[in-house]
Design a protein around this ligand. Structure first.
Ligand code: ATP
Ligand code: MG
Length: 638
C-alpha cells in the first residue's frame, strides 16, 4: 500500500527506508565521530543505533549552544515553594555543570559508574544529570517524593557509587526532609554508596556522616573555575536508567543509550513539539519521571530552547498565596511557546475558575501537549476551550522515552481528534493484535493490543537494567511464536488511522463472559456533569465472574447532601453507562469518594483498588501518593 500525504510518506520512509531516514535525522545533533552503522538489529530484540558514532548528551544540550547563544536563557528556575526565581544562560549553565562534573569526579565517579539522584525540583538536579552525561556516568534519578522503601530498592538495583540529594523538598510550603529518608534507605539497602553529595537549601537540618557526606556549596567553591571536557561516548553507551511508574506492579529499570536518545529527542523537538532555538519550553512534570528527563532537561536544551523548571503546586503563587493562575502567569512572563503537562494536572486546574486563564496574555503559546494517561473528553474540551490553543494528546511510555503516538505538525499540519493521541510517530511500526490469536487487526475500529514491531526506534529502552531476560520475556514474548514489543495497552484505530487508547491490558474485566475495558466505562461515567474523576475496577463475583465497581469524585459535593441524592446520582450514572455501553457494562455499585488512589505521578492505581475491593493485600504501595485515598475505599466497603 502506497502512502498518500506528506506525513504518511514520512512515516512510511522511516520504517521501509529506515537507515537512510535515521541517518538524516542524526544530522540534527553533533557527533564527534559520525556513526558507522545506522541500525544493527542482528540480535533481536536488542537494537543498536548509530553504532560507532561518538557523541555526548551534555555537549548537545549545553556546549553546542555556546557559539550562537551563550547569553540566552537556558534554564529558567521558578520555585513557588521557596520564592526563588532565577535564569541561567547557556554560559552560566555550562559553568555550573562543569563545577558539578568536577565535584562528582572528585568523589571518585568514573565513566560507567552509577550516580543516583534523589532530589527535589531544584536547578542543581539538572546540573547533576547533565554533569553525569558529560563524564559518561549513568544517572539514576529517583522521584524525590518517594520514601525510604522505594528509594532503598532502587539504590540496591542501581548500586550507585555516589548519591546526590538535598536537605529537603517542599510541598505546599512545608519542608519534607530528604536526608533522614535517604539515610534510612541506605541502611535498608545491601548496597552502600561510597559518597553522598548534598545540596543544603536551608530548609531542614542535616546530620552529616563523616567521610561519606559532602556539601555541594563547599565543593562548588572548590571547583568554581573547573574545566571538564565532554567525554566522547559511543552511541550505545548507557546514559541512564529510570524506573517505570509502577502502576501495574514492580517497577522496571528502563535503560537508555546516548546517541539514539540524542537523535530521537532532537527529531521530536522539530517534528512533534515544533520548538525553536531561542524560545521557551515549559514542562510541568518532574525530573523523577521520563517526561522530566526528555522534556525538562534534554529535549528543549538540545533544541537550543530555554527550559522552564518549576517547583511547586499548580495552585500556589510565588509569595505562597493561593493562585490557580501561576502556570499561565509564567507562560506570559517567559513567553512560553510550547507547554507540556498531564491530564491529572489539568483536572486539578479544572476545579479552579476558568476566568483565571483569561487574565493572562498567552499569545506566545502555540500548543499544550498532554501525556501520561488517557485524556478524557470533558477534560480535553475544558482546557481546549479555556486556553483557545491546540491541545495535543501524545501517547508514550517510560520505555519509549518519547512519543509513539502523536500528530507531527512539524512534518505536516494534522488535525487532532478528541480522545485520540494521534497516529503512529515516524520510527514506530505500531500494530494492533488480537489478544487471543495474535493475529494482526487491520480493519477500522477493531480492538486489540497495541504492539510495536522491532527494532524499536532510536531513544527507546535498550534493555531492563542488568536483566536482559526480563526485557525479552516481559515485553517481547506475549504473542506465541512472534517477537513483538507489547505496550500492554488496548487500542483501536479508526478508518483514518487515528489511534484511541482504551486502557491497560490488565484493566479488562469479564462480566458474564463479556470482556469490557474499565477505561470505556470510566469514559462513560466521566461524561456526567457532576463527576470530576472516576476509577472503575473489576471485582470477583461468584455469579458473573466479575462485576464493575466505580469510585467517583464528585465535582460539587454539596449537590449530594443526603443518601437519597446519592442514590439518585448513582442511578443516573448507571443509566448513563446503560445508554453508552449497554447494561452489561453497568457498574454493580457507584461509590463516592473525595480522592482516588494514585501513584506519585498522578496515575490511577486500579490494581490497588481492585485488591482492596477483593479483600486482598494491595501489595507494594511505596509509590502511592496519599494512602488516605485507599483508606476511604476500605471504609466504604465495610
Ligand atoms: P508500570 O509499567 O510500572 O506499571 P506505568 O505504565 O504507569 O508503570 P509509565 O511508563 O509512566 O509507567 O506510563 C506509561 C503508560 O501510561 C502507558 O503504557 C499508558 O498506559 C499510559 N499513557 C501514557 N500516555 C497516554 C496517553 N496519551 N493516552 C492514554 N494512555 C497513556
Ligand atoms: Mg507501563
Amino acid at each position: 500500500m502506497n502512502p498518500t500525504g506528506v506525513y504518511a510518506e514520512f512515516h512510511h520512509r522511516s520504517i521501509h527506508d529506515r537507515d537512510a531516514f535515521w541517518a538524516e535525522q542524526a544530522k540534527l545533533v553533533d557527533w564527534h565521530t559520525p556513526p558507522q552503522h545506522i541500525c544493527d538489529y542482528s540480535n533481536p530484540p536488542f537494537a543498536k543505533w548509530f553504532l560507532g558514532g561518538t557523541t555526548n548528551l551534555c555537549h548537545n544540550a549545553v556546549d553546542r549552544h555556546l557559539k550562537d547563544r551563550p547569553d540566552q536563557a537556558a534554564l529558567i528556575y521558578v520555585s513557588t515553594e521557596t520564592g526563588i526565581e532565577k535564569t541561567y544562560s547557556f554560559r552560566e549553565l555550562h559553568a555550573e555543570v562543569q563545577r558539578m562534573a568536577a565535584a562528582i569526579k572528585g568523589l571518585g565517579v568514573q565513566k560507567g559508574d552509577r550516580v543516583l539522584i534523589y532530589m527535589p525540583m531544584i536547578a542543581e538536579a539538572a546540573f547533576a544529570m547533565l554533569a553525569c552525561a558529560r563524564i559518561g556516568a549513568i544517572h539514576c534519578v529517583v522521584f524525590g517524593g518517594f520514601a525510604s522503601g522505594a528509594l532503598a530498592s532502587r539504590i540496591e538495583d542501581a548500586s550507585p557509587r555516589l548519591i546526590i540529594s538535598a536537605d529537603a523538598g517542599s510541598r505546599g510550603g512545608k519542608a519534607i526532609e530528604y536526608k533522614p529518608l535517604l539515610d534510612e534507605a541506605i541502611k535498608l539497602s545491601a548496597h552502600k554508596p561510597e559518597a553522598v553529595l548534598l545540596v543544603d537549601r536551608g530548609l531542614a537540618p542535616m546530620t552529616m556522616v563523616a567521610g561519606r557526606d559532602h556539601l555541594w556549596d563547599a565543593l562548588r567553591l572548590q571547583h568554581f573555575g573547573a574545566v571538564v571536557g565532554c567525554e566522547w561516548l559511543e552511541a550505545n553507551h548507557t546514559s541512564y536508567t529510570l524506573y517505570t511508574s509502577g502502576t501495574t506492579g514492580k517497577p522496571k529499570g528502563v535503560q537508555r543509550d546516548t546517541g539514539g536518545y540524542a537523535v530521537a529527542l532532537a527529531a521530536s523537538m522539530k517534528h512533534i513539539y515544533c520548538g525553536n532555538a531561542g524560545e521557551t519550553y515549559f514542562s510541568t512534570s518532574d525530573i523523577g519521571w521520563v517526561v522530566g528527563h526528555s522534556y525538562i532537561v534534554y529535549g528543549p536544551l538540545i533544541a537550543g530552547m530555554a527550559t522552564l523548571m518549576y517547583e511547586g503546586l499548580p495552585t500556589r503563587g510565588l509569595a505562597g498565596e493561593a493562585n490557580g493562575g501561576i502556570w499561565w502567569s509564567l507562560v506570559e512572563k517567559y513567553k512560553v511557546t510550547v507547554m507540556f503537562s498531564a491530564p491529572t494536572a489539568v483536572r486539578v486546574l479544572k476545579k479552579q475558575d476558568p476566568a483565571l486563564l483569561a487574565k493572562y496574555d498567552l499569545s506566545s503559546l502555540r500548543a499544550l501537549f498532554l501525556a501520561g494517561e488517557p485524556l478524557d473528553e470533558p477534560t480535553a474540551q475544558w482546557i481546549g476551550q479555556s486556553l483557545g490553543k491546540p491541545i495535543i494528546d501524545n501517547y508514550w511510555q517510560t520505555e519509549t522515552g518519547w512519543p509513539a503516538l502523536s500528530v507531527c505538525n512539524g512534518v505536516e499540519q494534522t488535525a487532532t481528534r478528541i480522545g485520540s493521541p494521534g497516529k503512529p510517530v515516524y520510527g514506530y511500526d505500531v500494530k494492533l493484535l488480537d489478544d487471543q490469536t495474535g493475529a494482526e487487526l487491520t480493519g477500522a475500529n477493531q480492538k486489540g493490543v497495541v504492539v510495536i514491531e522491532g527494532p524499536l526506534p532510536p531513544g527507546c529502552m535498550q534493555t531492563v537494567w542488568r536483566d536482559d531476560a526480563r526485557f525479552v520475556n516481559t515485553y517481547w514474548k506475549t504473542v506465541p511464536g512472534k517477537l513483538v514489543y507489547s505496550t500492554f495497552d488496548w487500542g483501536i484505530r479508526d478508518a483514518d488511522g487515528y489511534f484511541f487508547i482504551l486502557g491497560r491490558t490488565d484493566d479488562v474485566i469479564n462480566v458474564a463472559g463479556h470482556r469490557l475495558g474499565t477505561r470505556e466505562i470510566e469514559e462513560s461515567i466521566a461524561a456526567h456533569p457532576n463527576v470530576a474523576e472516576v476509577a472503575v475496577v473489576g471485582v470477583a463475583d461468584p455469579l458473573k465472574g466479575q462485576v464493575a465497581m466505580a469510585f467517583a469524585v464528585i465535582k460539587d459535593a454539596s449537590l449530594v447532601p443526603d443518601d437519597k441524592a446519592r442514590l439518585k446520582l448513582e442511578g443516573d450514572i448507571m443509566k448513563l453507562v446503560d445508554g453508552d455501553l449497554g447494561a452489561v457494562a453497568r457498574p454493580a455499585r457507584v461509590r463516592f469518594v473525595t480522592l482516588l488512589p494514585k501513584t506519585r505521578s498522578g496515575k490511577l492505581l486500579r490494581r490497588a483498588i481492585q485488591a482492596v475491593c477483593e479483600g486482598r493485600d494491595p501489595g507494594d504501595l511505596t509509590t502511592m501518593d496519599d494512602p488516605s485515598a485507599l483508606q476511604q475505599i476500605k471504609d466504604l466497603l465495610i
